[in-house]
Design a protein around this ligand. Structure first.
Ligand code: NAD
Length: 255
């Protein structure tokens, strides 16, 4: 845990899991630009989390930030992270369940460990954060939970049985929790990105990238900021009548 100075003010507080790079970094930055204090969660790369923080401070000097190391699949670490955010800011208004991993293989080559690891981070992580951050939202009778699913979760994908199952599971959490929390001022929505240019997709072979591009009506890969803009939209107080929805940010790939 890496607590910094104690900051308490009237700004809303947003927690972005896996906020050190990629979509999470873009979301952290845009949520800060929208006037929220931002908690950057990371698992291993503290330097990358610090870079995200520096970008926020350069763009939004008045916004409070906190960096917290926690593995989202570990219950005690999630609980400690939520406690440290409450100590620092006294509130969690926005939760972006963004942390995610892939362990892609065709099914017959996929080990049970590949399956368990992906489910633990992507699905159990979403469950644990929704539970412990959601507990604080329930007390405040206000919250915005935004779960990052995937087009693989809505449509399936070759080589991603584990990942697609985790991302489809996130839709189950989203819709069930939306019903559970609807009367408490808390909305729960999912975003299903298509192919977005990040470390996760940079590993794809050039021929696979070309094949994917041919399937995207908008004719480009998405940028992390495309997803971050949708996150900010769902995070706003004005989006309170939108809940249980799955918003595709995929250049039309999922149509
Ligand atoms: P990325 O690999 O760049 O970032 C993932 C982040 O999650 C990293 O910061 C990583 O450190 C963090 N993380 C991983 N395991 C963690 C754990 N156990 N605890 C805490 N943090 C952990 O990937 P990205 O492309 O930015 O992906 C962000 C989210 O968007 C993921 O959930 C991913 O599944 C989803 N997504 C990405 C794409 C895409 O095309 N890039 C498409 C659909 C969905």
């Amino acid at each position: 845990m890496d607590n910094q100075e104690i900051i308490k003010d009237e700004r809303r507080t947003a927690l972005v899991t896996g906020g050190s790079r990629g979509i999470g970094r873009a979301a952290a930055l845009k949520l800060a630009e929208a006037g929220n204090n931002v908690v950057i969660n990371y698992q291993g790369n503290e330097a990358a989390a610090r870079e995200t923080e520096e970008l926020i401070h350069a763009a939004c000097p008045d916004v409070g930030t906190l960096i917290v190391r926690a593995d989202v699949s570990k219950e005690d670490e999630v609980r400690e992270m939520v406690d440290s955010i409450m100590d620092a800011f006294g509130r969690i208004d926005i939760l972006v369940n963004n942390a995610g991993i892939t362990r892609d293989h065709l099914l017959l080559r996929m080990t049970a460990e590949d399956f368990d690891q992906v489910i633990a981070t992507n699905l159990r992580g979403c469950f644990l954060l929704s539970k412990y951050a959601g507990q604080q939202m329930l007390k405040a009778r206000y919250g915005r939970i935004i779960n990052i699913s995937s087009i693989s979760g809505t449509h399936g994908n070759i080589g991603q049985v584990n990942y697609a199952a985790s991302k489809a599971g996130i839709l189950g959490i989203t819709k069930s929790l939306a019903k559970e929390y609807a009367s408490r001022g808390i909305t729960v929505n999912a975003i299903a990105p298509g192919f977005i240019r990040t470390d996760m997709t940079d590993v794809l072979r050039e021929d696979i990238r070309e094949r994917i591009l041919a399937e995207i009506p908008v004719k480009r890969l998405g940028e992390p900021s495309d997803v971050a803009d949708a996150i900010v939209f769902l995070s706003r107080p004005e989006s309170g009548f939108i809940t249980g929805q799955v918003l595709g940010v995929d250049g039309g790939m999922g149509i």
